[in-house]
Design a protein around this ligand. Structure first.
Ligand code: FAD
Ligand code: NAD
Length: 470
């Protein structure tokens, strides 16, 4: 390859933003180079979405078996002894899933004729970077630069990562299960991983600074999770700040402050999940002279930065910090560079929280519709009246589907659900909103029986005043 590369499109970062941008650019015949300092796949594939969902899957299986051994299981399944978990094997299995997808990304990049340059890119001006860390330095100059540098975990100054203080990355590769785990931050990662580790047998306590968990979702949506946390024996301290981690005669403790008083929570490990911040330091962003939007790189609705032919996508450019948003922006930017007319104006970006139970939210909630001055109607259908949910134990803890529509023309503007496996319904919800469906479209669509999707159909019927099954 030599020490100098000239390329039409340079992509920095191979997460779901960067690798998708590179593949699409390659498909469109653009001479494309991608730089990545770690394994191909980024946060999502290597230390985020995929490994966390693999562990959540194992945790769910293990918990089901533990119940069968503990009590008189109503399903009639009997295990004579409680199951055991070989965490090192679990982690090794998770790695096989990651490896397979990592290999797949490499293969897809190759097929799209994208050059992969391993190493860390440091920019000296907006179109030139030097890649170091893997053999001889390589200097790359490009006509177009797509920045997809992603995000990193926020560290608390009084609880720096290292030893017993874990970020999500370490929590996904534990060598043994902590007996007692304190989770600081009751948001996406804290609850997804806290719940999984509880199911595997750890004693989990959650410390959340605000007065509610999962603050991006409303109370009705999080109620089933709160019920599950209570039943599973996870203590949640709301309105509480983590102060320090100490080790004394009484063992290791997380010191927290709640209502002006200090509490000590016994904890062998502390998982800090208080958000992520854009990865803007240490690679010469300042030399590129792009405008910023607070901590994020500022972009318009085509993901153009303030510098010509420098584009930015994914976690680097703002909320929501979700993999599918990064990929959608990525495809668009590659197509614009290839001459197509595109804008990033989705009607809604769906979000799923893989907790117990799961939450899906697309578009506006009833409160958000009200705050936007929309006179909305809402239909809620409980999974306790859905045959499929009942027949797979998915109706516990009060799951439901909720549709929100404009009162005047019945246009669907939001759909939310909570319950087992509702993540798989997110596609139908977002499709309805993106295609401009009205309640009558959902009501007039034949949904398969018995499936959870009938809950969506019934929620639309409910909003129209004639639900069948409630
Ligand atoms: P990233 O995936 O962060 O990729 C950026 C890449 O750029 C990295 O590989 C980094 O090494 C590389 N890089 C940065 N700077 C340089 C440089 N100078 N030179 C070379 N390489 C560089 N989102 C979901 O939608 N669903 C989920 O279920 C979900 N679960 C998650 C679970 C966890 C535990 C975590 C941490 C995150 C999760 N996310 C989830 C969020 C998701 O991972 C991110 O939104 C997504 O990865 C962002 O993609 P990106 O391409 O913008 O950046
Ligand atoms: P988050 O923003 O979801 O939650 C952080 C939580 O920490 C909030 O509830 C916040 O109030 C709390 N907090 C902040 N400072 C605190 C402090 N000092 N003490 C106690 N609590 C404090 O962040 P996260 O869980 O770290 O996840 C980061 C991002 O990764 C998410 O916002 C999301 O974009 C992405 N993610 C998505 C998924 C998914 O799509 N299923 C899963 C995991 C992560």
């Amino acid at each position: 390859m030599g020490n100098e590369v000239k390329t039409k499109v340079l992509v920095v970062g191979s997460g779901p933003g960067g690798y998708v941008a590179a593949i699409r650019a390659g498909q469109l015949g653009l001479d494309t180079t991608i730089v990545e300092s770690e394994r191909l796949g980024g946060t999502c594939l290597i230390r985020g979405c995929i490994p966390s969902k693999a562990l959540i899957h194992v945790a769910g299986k293990f918990e089901g078996m533990r119940h069968a051994a503990e009590a008189d299981d109503p399903l009639g399944i009997r295990l004579s002894e409680p199951p055991t978990l070989d965490l090192s094997k679990t982690i090794a299995w998770k790695e096989t899933v990651v490896d397979k997808l990592n290999g797949g990304v490499g293969m897809l990049l190759k097929r799209a004729k994208v050059k992969v340059v391993p190493g860390w890119a440091t920019f000296s001006d907006a179109k030139t970077c030097t890649v170091t860390g893997s053999g001889e330095p390589v200097t790359i100059t490009a006509e177009h630069v797509i920045l997809a540098n992603g995000s990193i975990p926020v560290e608390l100054p009084n609880l720096p990562f290292g030893n017993d203080i874990l970020s999500s990355t370490e929590a996904l590769s534990l060598s043994e299960l902590p007996e007692r785990l304190a989770v600081v931050g009751g948001g996406y990662i804290g609850l997804e991983l806290g719940i999984a580790l509880r199911k595997m047998g750890a004693d989990v306590t959650v410390v959340e600074a605000l007065d509610r968990i999962l603050p991006v979702y409303d109370d009705q949506l999080t109620a089933p999770i709160r019920q599950w946390l209570d039943a599973a024996g996870i203590t949640v301290h709301l309105g509480t700040k983590a102060m320090s981690f100490t080790e004394g005669e009484n063992g290791k403790r997380l010191v927290v402050e709640k209502d002006g008083e200090q509490l000590e929570i016994p904890a062998d490990k502390v998982l800090v999940t208080v958000g992520r911040r854009p990865n803007t330091k240490g690679w010469g962003l300042e030399t590129m002279a792009v405008d910023m939007n607070g901590p994020f790189v500022k972009v318009d609705d085509q993901c153009k930065t303030s510098v010509k032919n420098v584009w930015a996508i994914g976690d680097l450019v703002g909320e929501p910090m979700l993999a599918h948003k990064a990929s959608a922006q990525a495809e668009m930017v590659a197509e614009i560079i290839a001459g197509r007319q595109r804008h990033f104006r989705p009607a809604a970006i769906p979000a799923v929280c893989f907790t117990e139970p799961e939450i899906v939210s697309v578009g506006l909630s009833p409160d958000e519709a009200k705050a936007a001055g929309i006179d909305a109607i809402t239909g809620v259908f409980p999974f306790s009246a859905n045959g499929r949910a009942l027949s797979m134990e998915g109706a516990a803890n009060g799951g439901f589907v909720r549709v929100v529509a404009r009162g005047d023309n019945h246009r669907v503007i939001g759909v939310q659900a909570t319950g087992a496996h509702v993540s798989e319904m997110s596609g139908e919800f977002v499709h309805a909103i993106e295609m401009g469906a009205v309640l009558e479209d959902i009501a007039g669509t034949v949904h398969v029986h018995p499936t959870l999707t009938e809950g969506f159909h019934e929620s639309a019927l409910k909003a129209l005043g004639h639900a069948i099954h409630i």
